[in-house]
Design a protein around this ligand. Structure first.
Ligand SMILES: NC(=O)c1ccc[n+]([C@@H]2O[C@H](COP(=O)([O-])OP(=O)(O)OC[C@H]3O[C@@H](n4cnc5c(N)ncnc54)[C@H](O)[C@@H]3O)[C@@H](O)[C@H]2O)c1
Length: 309
């Protein structure tokens, strides 16, 4: 089966490309390199540099493709607050261009990278898929809006899609600029012997889970997509780790320790985010397999290798 991976030069997309190639899929990648890195794209994939909102690029990249895994997006919450239009244009409008090109070509399967940011400040933890959708950032709104558009494309055009609402994935290839995620920032600071900055008291809990497990969820989603038509699933570990616990684990696994600087709490940062993962376990048979410290070890290995270059 041939698939198109959008955003395949980014953190999660590049890991997905490796996984699907190993499973024997043929993989096309579309990435405009606005946030990604060509070096992260497996050479066995066919790479199309350009936007998933560009029909000319899609005309080539969708040839022979049966399903699209849509990772491509802008994904910085703070930037989305500063420039909502940029986010709606890329994450929603450009994504609709992609859907339209798929529709014209009779491609009717999409697995979409949604986010726990669609829930906003949770009323109840663990968060189930039926929790109120109340995003607190334009970024979260773009994810909520595109989920709704996918639902509409299912009802109107029989385009099947599964939206995976990721909690806090981490792993190799996470090279966002700027990096706003805790784990890569902690690891890089420790390896460079720099201060670690923590917003708030470090007791906030996040549902960190390993990127390889996340990618497996896409594989299972793709296998069963036609049974579901349109569906949404949380993807997370279903348990949480505090920021302080995470830092201590990084200290332990690197054998290095640096100073921790506690900064004022960030507005709108929930105290606790944990996924209820019953739905994906029961429907897709997915559960995380990588133990937290084992995933951290692999991620540390990636950053150690980078710092040798
Ligand atoms: N990383 C997380 O913690 C997290 C959590 C929840 C959801 N997500 C979602 O998962 C997806 C992947 O996230 P990531 O962390 O790998 O981000 P990333 O920024 O590393 O990767 C996104 C990729 O999309 C590309 N891109 C952006 N706009 C494009 C366009 N118009 N055309 C072609 N390529 C384009 C970028 O160049 C980049 O390579 C995103 O949709 C993100 O919103 C990520």
């Amino acid at each position: 089966m041939k698939i198109l991976v959008t955003g395949g030069a980014g953190f999660i997309g590049s890991n997905a490309v490796n996984f699907f190639l190993e499973k024997g899929f043929e993989v096309n990648v579309v990435d405009d390199l606005s946030r990604g890195f060509k070096e992260l794209v497996n050479q066995k994939a066919e790479f199309f540099e350009g936007s998933f909102g560009d029909k000319k690029v899609l005309d080539k990249a969708l040839k022979g493709v049966e399903a699209v895994i849509h990772f491509g997006a802008f994904a910085l919450v703070e930037e989305s607050v500063e420039n909502p239009q940029k986010y709606f244009k890329n994450n929603v409008i450009n994504s609709v261009v992609l859907l339209e090109e798929m529709r014209k070509k009779g491609i009717n399967k999409m697995v979409f990278s949604s986010s726990c940011s669609v829930y906003g400040e949770p009323e109840k933890v663990p968060i189930t898929e039926s929790h109120l959708l109340n995003p607190v950032s334009p970024y979260g709104e773009t994810k909520k809006a595109f989920e709704k558009i996918l639902e509409l494309y299912f009802h109107s055009f029989k385009m099947n899609s599964i939206c995976l609402r990721y909690f806090n994935p981490f792993g190799p290839n996470e090279l966002h600029k700027p990096e706003t995620h805790a784990i890569p920032n902690f690891i890089k600071a420790v390896l460079r012997k720099e201060k670690i900055s923590v917003f708030g008291d470090g007791n906030q809990i996040r549902d960190f889970f390993f990127v390889e497990d996340l990618i497996k969820a896409h594989f299972l989603a793709l296998e069963k997509i036609d049974e579901f038509g349109f569906e949404v699933f949380n993807v997370g570990s279903g348990s949480g780790h505090s920021v302080n616990e995470t830092i201590n684990a990084v200290f332990e696994l690197t054998g290095k320790k640096t100073e921790i600087q506690f900064l004022p709490e960030r507005k709108g940062d929930p105290k606790k985010l944990i996924a209820d993962t019953k739905k994906i376990q029961e429907n897709l048979g997915w559960k995380p397999e990588t133990e937290f410290k084992q995933g951290l070890k692999k991620t540390i290995g990636f950053f150690e290798n980078l710092s040798k270059d």
